[in-house]
Design a binder for this molecule. Structure first.
Ligand code: ZN
Length: 82
């Protein structure tokens, strides 16, 4: 699925759906400092931000996901209320 000609997407080559994009990440919870594995979805686009609860302490995070052109993902989480 290559959608880089779509007007709503940035003009980069992004390997969506060809098996090279990462689908998981390890993050540190800003509340409890536990290491948590989260699932990420390359089908959501090269830049995503959404709310997800920590599975350890159930506090809400703002999750930011940025896929690079090679399919690797940069993931960060922040407390929801900051
Ligand atoms: Zn937590």
């Amino acid at each position: 699925m290559r959608l880089h000609d779509d007007e709503d997407l940035p003009d980069i080559e992004f390997p969506l759906g060809d098996g090279t994009a990462e689908t998981g990440a390890t993050v540190y919870c800003p509340y409890c400092n536990e290491t948590v594995e989260i699932a990420i979805d390359p089908g959501g686009g090269s830049a995503q931000e959404y709310v997800e609860d920590c599975e350890v302490c159930c506090q809400p995070w703002t999750v930011s996901v940025h896929y690079r052109e090679d399919g690797s993902a940069q993931v960060s989480v922040a407390p929801l209320d900051e």
